[in-house]
Design a protein around this ligand. Structure first.
Ligand SMILES: Cc1ncc(COP(=O)(O)O)c(C=O)c1O
Length: 366
């Protein structure tokens, strides 16, 4: 049976050579590539500083910590995201306060944010889900009015713009991630971007066991972590970043194929792109209406076509319900969307014929 997997990274000859060069050099941590990757990524995003870390989750944790968010603070965020965007708040014993989402882009609904603000609210953690920006103009205005900081989880939206500006660069601090299914990969990895020297220095110290700026090996200014990105990952990152715009264009082309094939299919809503945005397509996620999402997923699976129910809502994960008493019905739009969404196979190398075949199988399943 023909098998079509949901995602795979695009790795070329140059990527392999760059990683091999590092291995051959014998310098596997905190070398030239680590610094080059940070410099190039800051330039790509259009910010002054960046700090490469071992994962997107590590980056988000440091971003939350660097902003001084702590016990009993509240951080407003979206329930329709990957769980790490809320966990990073809880690592510092603060509380994620969820706000429902917009139907069009699946991102946090700015119209509902103000009602969730209390005396304890310190920040808004915005997630740009699936590769397109949240409604940043309105969110920035609310943050300014209420004196809140903004953290951007741009782990799924590398390269995506809102009114021409890169996601990840609107708030005090943003984070990109490089797991193999992302717009570009370093294996595991992430990077913090910011225009604040203070945040850069704190993150550099925290990720490096709390060492000071001189990297004195056995002097620790603060309690830190080992969240450093290794040199092989950084070398892969430098090489992948060189072709990131090309890779994004490939994904935009594949997304267009899917949308063309799916636009006339009853019972499916293809992804929509909000005003002022470019979409860089971390995943291609459709809505399957009339309670048929799981039927379609199972039938495609029997045909060897891998799909995933991206994303279950965070507030109904067992540990969230136990810790905060979140219940079904609290964020109805996110819950409804989460019951319908399905990520389809999506990677550089999938052909138009593959896309046609997958859509035919979706039609049959429906
Ligand atoms: C929205 C979001 N936040 C955070 C992360 C965490 O990134 P990582 O897997 O690199 O820790 C991901 C990864 O999938 C994500 O999609």
């Amino acid at each position: 049976m023909r098998k079509i997997q949901i995602a795979k990274p695009y790795i070329d000859h140059k990527d392999k050579k760059e990683v091999m060069d590092v291995l051959n050099s014998g310098w596997l941590s905190m070398g030239k590539k680590y610094l080059e990757f940070e410099k190039n990524m800051a330039m790509y995003a259009g910010v002054t500083y960046s700090s490469a870390v071992s994962s997107g989750t590590a980056g988000l944790h440091l971003a939350v910590k660097a902003l001084g968010i702590k016990d009993n603070d509240e951080v407003i965020t979206t329930p329709f995201s990957f769980v790490a965007s809320s966990n990073c708040i809880m690592y510092e014993r603060a509380k994620p306060v969820f706000v429902d989402i917009e139907e069009e882009t699946f991102n946090i609904d700015p119209k509902k944010i103000e009602k969730a603000i209390t005396k304890k609210t310190k920040a808004i953690l915005v997630v740009h889900i699936f590769g397109q920006s949240a409604e940043m103009a309105e969110i920035l205005e609310i943050a300014r009015k209420h004196n809140l900081v903004i953290i951007e989880d741009a782990c799924e939206s590398l390269g995506a713009r809102y009114k021409g500006k890169m996601t990840g660069t609107f708030g005090s601090v943003g984070v990109y991630a490089f797991y193999p299914n992302k717009q570009m990969t370093t294996g595991e990895g992430g990077i913090i971007v910011t225009n604040s020297k203070k945040i850069k220095l704190i993150c550099d110290s925290l990720k490096n066991q709390g060492r000071n700026i001189n990297n004195d090996w056995l002097l620790h200014e603060r309690m830190g972590f080992n969240y450093r990105m290794d040199e092989m990952s950084a070398a892969l990152g430098v090489s992948q970043l060189d072709k990131l715009d090309w890779m994004i264009r490939q994904k935009q082309r594949i997304a267009k194929w899917y949308t063309e094939e799916l636009s006339a299919v009853d019972g499916i809503i293809p992804p929509r792109i909000g005003k002022y945005r470019t979409h860089t397509w971390f995943v291609y996620v459709i809505r399957v209406l009339n309670g048929k999402r799981d039927i379609v997923m199972n039938k495609l699976s029997k045909k060897g076509i891998q799909t995933k129910p991206y994303l279950p809502v965070i507030h109904l994960q067992t540990f969230m319900k136990d810790m905060f008493g979140y219940k079904k019905g609290m964020f109805p739009i996110a819950e409804n969307i989460a019951s319908q969404t399905l990520a389809l196979p999506f990677y550089i190398g999938i052909t138009r014929e593959d896309v046609k075949y997958i859509v035919e199988e979706i039609k049959k399943a429906l």
